[in-house]
Write a protein that binds this ligand. Structure first.
Ligand code: UDP
Ligand code: MG
Length: 321
């Protein structure tokens, strides 16, 4: 068992056009921090770190205001443009590792996740877990569409061997040790949920209730969710590629048998086959399957392409410490 000392906690918040939420969220989280300090669960050096993911509204000036008003308890950085939620969380994790902390919690700017669950995260951390995953009790607040696609995504991921717990979004606590391991991973495109599962450190789960978004609208749309899902799959599993190979083998075998049968009929019965419909159906089916498989391979080639270019994950414009 690891010996834990009173931890310095960092809370990171990715923000993209959250001018309506961010002030309330930060103030509410400061209340949570004060509460935890008074219960002697974290040190009073604990702080909040906001990552402005290239917002085009007044999010950043609100963050500056909060920074000035709170004397180092509110820190933050601003990206030069929008890099996406995963990169914003990544930047938060890397920054608080640099600034210093014993553990870090990531939470959304709209405070949909129950901020009072952080206390239970800390309790699990003190008991020795390096990773504490927040698991939502239900998906009441999600639209039917989001619920169904999310379930489909998790089912697919788990079928592909990623084994990510259902109903876990990016609300989690990770220890300093986890952050050190994260630094060893050079890949640029991260699917954090998969990563934290994969490294296999002692993990605990904490259930929490989901609330309605405090203000503003969801920053995800169909295509960004789709991109997240595809990136998750291609960065965590090569099973689709194996599937393509196996499928190709059986299709080839099937083609070979049909070919043999055709030649046999021709030679023995001397009748040219009258299978116009069959031919067209087979052509379409084979064409479709081939394109689908090419598409799967293409996704992986794309993943390689982006990794090989090795561009920076994100670029900070300014930082307030
Ligand atoms: N977010 C971000 N960059 C983006 C999109 C979203 O940093 O490009 C942040 C957003 O500000 C919020 C979190 O990611 O803090 C989750 O987004 P949102 O609440 O819109 O997603 P939902 O709860 O609808 O899944
Ligand atoms: Mg939300």
């Amino acid at each position: 068992m690891v010996e834990r000392v009173l931890p310095k906690l960092a809370i990171i918040i990715p923000c993209y056009n959250e001018e309506l939420c961010i002030k309330n969220t930060v103030n509410q989280l400061l209340v949570v921090l004060d509460d935890l300090v008074s219960k002697n669960k974290i040190t009073n050096e604990s702080y909040i770190y906001l990552v402005d993911d290239g917002s085009s509204d007044s999010t950043w000036s609100i963050i500056e205001e909060l920074h000035n008003a709170n004397n180092g308890r509110v820190k933050g950085t601003k990206f030069i443009r929008n890099f996406g939620n995963q990169k914003a969380i990544m930047a938060g994790l890397e920054s608080v590792r640099e600034i210093g902390c014993d553990c870090v919690v990531s939470i959304d700017a709209d405070l949909q996740q129950d901020e009072w669950a952080i206390e239970r995260f800390i309790d699990e951390y003190m008991k020795g877990s390096d990773i504490v995953l927040g698991i939502r009790n239900d998906r009441k607040t999600d639209s039917f569409f989001k619920k169904t696609t999310a379930v489909m995504f998790y089912k697919t991921m788990n079928l592909l061997g990623a084994n990510i717990p259902m109903n876990h979004s990016d609300y989690r606590l990770v220890s300093k040790r986890t952050l050190d391991i994260l630094e060893l991973y050079p890949e640029k495109l991260f699917f954090l949920r998969g990563f934290f599962h994969e490294i296999g450190l002692p993990t605990a789960y904490v259930k929490f209730d989901v609330k309605q978004r405090f203000a503003g609208t969801s920053k995800f749309n169909f295509s960004s969710l789709m991109a997240l899902a595809l990136n998750g799959i291609t960065s965590y599993s090569i099973i689709p590629l194996r599937f393509v190979a196996v499928l190709g083998f059986f299709m080839a075998l099937f083609g070979f048998i049909v070919g043999l049968e055709t030649v046999y009929e021709k030679l023995v019965f001397h009748n040219s086959p009258n299978g116009w419909a069959t031919t067209i159906i087979l052509m379409c089916a084979f064409g479709g399957i081939q394109l689908f498989c090419l598409g799967i391979i293409g996704e992986y080639v794309g993943q390689l392409y982006r990794e090989v270019k090795s561009r920076p994950r994100y670029i900070k414009d300014v930082e307030l410490r």
